[in-house]
Ligand binder design. Sequence first.
Ligand code: AKB
Length: 317
Amino acid sequence: MKDKILITGANGQLGSVLTKKLQDTYGITNVIATDIKLNANFKGTFEFLDTTDYNSIATIIKEHNITEIYHMAAILSAKGETNPLHTWNINNNTFLNILEAARLFGIKKVFYPSSIAVYGKNAPKNETPQDFFLTPTTVYGMSKAAGEHWANYYFLKYNLDVRSLRYPGVIGYQTSPGGGTTDYAVDAYHYAIKGENYTCFLNETSVLPMIYMDDAIRATLELMNASKAQIKTRTSYNIASMSFNPKALEHAICELIPHFKMIYKPDFRQDIADSWPNSINDNEARTDWNWQPKYDLKAMTVDMIKNLKETYKPENA
Ligand code: AKB
């Protein structure tokens, strides 16, 4: 039987790029993209799906003979703080619905995105080990930490093949993020291309782990395509790529757009950034399924600017 993939949150920052990659890999008719809102430019099979409703998930799984699920729907760190209980409901209860449906319908594999937000201030700032204990202070981090444990529980108890990555801040030209603390890095490129300065909501010295979209998507598919025997971590794998602060990003952009400037006006998101690691250790991913990032800050900046120049060309804007 052919793999039939269900992706939730398919219109999100990562979800939309991942949907396209899954369509290219498995065939456009084998990917069922779902979200609570429609993207008018979407090509392929799309269904409205509110993942807080278990029965709607079950219906789609049955109708489309789904074999794998990527559960990308979530509320990110900064937006999550504006309504903590709602964030918990969206991030956790939807994942429990997915896990339960996956178990009952014999789904072969489930992907669950976690985040560097699972760590708290107690964790070592640099090269944070994967298995360091988790004391997140945002509701988003708390929900992702709990989700990781649920993933592990369903694996241990029901042998459900759930796999997960802790993404650093994801930076890409294809889509805009919404509601994250690492979003400044994506926004800065857009302002630079438009010839405008950017007011950054973090201070210039805030180092955070980041990853280019291409690497993030490749890591996701490499994890999902690894053999079951290779997957030794059933909570979530750290994946590291690059770490930088806003000042370093400003310098990297200035190499290509010399007049660009960032102004620093930290807001409530500074506290969130201060609670996260500067860099994380990803030895387990490198050892178990040969993870290797390809992009550093310079290579990412070259690619971002090349692609965003296309996006902002008058005929494409
Ligand atoms: C956020 O900033 O909330 C996300 C993340 C690091 O998970 N990009």
